[in-house]
Design a protein around this ligand. Structure first.
Ligand code: GLN
Length: 200
């Protein structure tokens, strides 16, 4: 970790809704930068893994020789926040992945890709999220859910019976997209991530 007082947060910029995360973080007064190269991982205090398509992001990370540096950085304690596809990338285990689908890992949980099924594969819901005051308007887009959590994982929110927001140590993930819809302008989940970094 660096000694700067102002935190610099990276957003993994291979594919997905990178711009939206950069905008939400900037609106909170945080320096937010896109990350595409291994060397950039050493210049940030935290990393957001955006929504998009987890298979594509993982393939691009492999192609750009970022996958192992990402694993090393996260194992070495870099705080990370994954949303939707980003949650899948941070999960140690996935169900309904494509054959050979790789993750970065770090969160001791099993996620099921595209879990909410075709009929309601995109929907919105007001959720109560631990650590956030008042309901969070959550946008789910072909979202995963958490099927199993390890003992060290704290569940922050559920949709029905399934966890959709979790935290473990320096890592946090949501099945939904706090960087789009009304929550984007409020940035309360991103603030929770910044608080988690500050608490380290
Ligand atoms: N279904 C996508 C995946 O498997 C995730 C969708 C999203 O990030 N909105 O990666």
């Amino acid at each position: 970790m660096t000694q700067r007082t102002q935190r610099r947060i990276g957003v993994l910029a291979l594919q997905g809704d990178v711009r939206e995360h950069l905008a939400t973080l900037s609106a909170l007064g945080t320096e937010a930068v896109p990350v595409r190269r291994p060397a950039e991982l050493g210049t940030i205090d935290g990393l957001v893994l955006p929504g998009g398509e987890s298979t594509t992001i993982a393939k691009l990370a492999r192609t750009f020789e970022l996958l192992d540096p990402l694993r090393d950085a996260i194992r070495g304690g870099l705080p990370a926040f994954g949303t939707c596809a980003g949650m899948i990338l941070l999960a140690d285990r996935i169900l309904d992945g494509v054959s050979g689908q790789e993750t970065i890992g770090g969160l001791d949980l099993t996620v099921r890709r595209n879990a909410f099924g075709r009929q309601i594969d995109s929907f919105e819901a007001d959720l109560s999220v631990s650590g956030v005051e008042g309901p969070v308007h959550a946008v789910f887009i072909r979202a995963p859910w958490v099927e199993e959590v390890g003992p060290g994982v704290e569940v922050l929110a559920r949709a029905g019976e399934h966890p959709v927001a979790v935290r473990q140590g320096r890592l946090m993930a949501t099945s939904f997209h706090p960087e789009v819809g009304p929550e984007a302008g409020r940035g309360r989940l991103h603030r929770l991530f910044l608080d988690l970094i500050a608490a380290q």
